[in-house]
Write a protein that binds this ligand. Structure first.
Ligand code: FES
Ligand code: FES
Length: 190
């Protein structure tokens, strides 16, 4: 109504400076003290590779690595992981070149529509950082919290095993099909 002040139903949380290293870059960002990490990463840091799927901890699309450990960013309070090192899918590539895990997902059909892929890539890379030669059973355990509606999972397991073989030096990585893009991960809104 004209002249009537809007009264919000819930009190606004105070804003604070959130500090963390994201993909090797230090960030200092003003965020509400009750902010969810997923929102801070997408809306403030601009890492749009972090996907919002279910927003309730069941799909794995929003997974990021926090100090090397995969966590669901939709269930993580941003200030709970203040001062940590966060890796999103954008941080996996080696400069403008895809990491073996990314290349193998592309080559072995581990990514189809691609919406779930960032979460799968993060849990896969975390597994390979800890275990250079996982069994298929260990791969299945690592990805059990991630849902994919397209691939049937077998291609994802093959992609992870192919990347493990490249990382061990057992096979040569295939030549990239195209030239590296100069800016493969344009950032989102500030
Ligand atoms: S969006 Fe976080 S688990 Fe689905
Ligand atoms: S590739 Fe489409 S949901 Fe996994």
């Amino acid at each position: 109504m004209v002249g009537e002040e809007h009264v919000s139903m819930l009190p606004q949380a105070p804003t604070k400076i959130w500090k963390a290293e994201v993909n090797g870059r230090q960030n200092e960002i003003l965020a509400p003290s009750n902010a969810i990490l997923l929102d801070v990463l997408r809306d403030k840091v601009g890492t749009l590779g972090v996907k919002r799927g279910c927003d309730m901890g069941t799909c794995g699309c929003c997974t990021v690595m926090i100090d090397g450990v995969p966590r669901l960013s939709c269930l993580t309070m941003a200030f709970e992981v203040q001062d940590s090192k966060i890796t999103t899918v954008e941080g996996l590539s080696e400069g403008a070149h895809l990491a073996p895990i990314q290349q193998c997902f592309a080559e072995h059909g581990g990514s189809q529509c691609g919406f779930c892929t960032p979460g799968f890539l993060i849990v896969s890379q975390a597994l390979l950082n800890e275990n250079k030669s996982p069994t298929d059973q260990e791969v299945s355990c690592a990805i059990e919290g991630n849902l994919c509606r397209c691939t049937g999972y077998q291609q994802i397991i093959e992609s992870i095993q192919a990347a493990a073989a490249i990382n061990r030096g057992d096979v040569e990585p295939a030549k990239p099909a195209s030239e590296a893009h100069s800016n493969p991960h344009p950032s989102g809104p500030n």
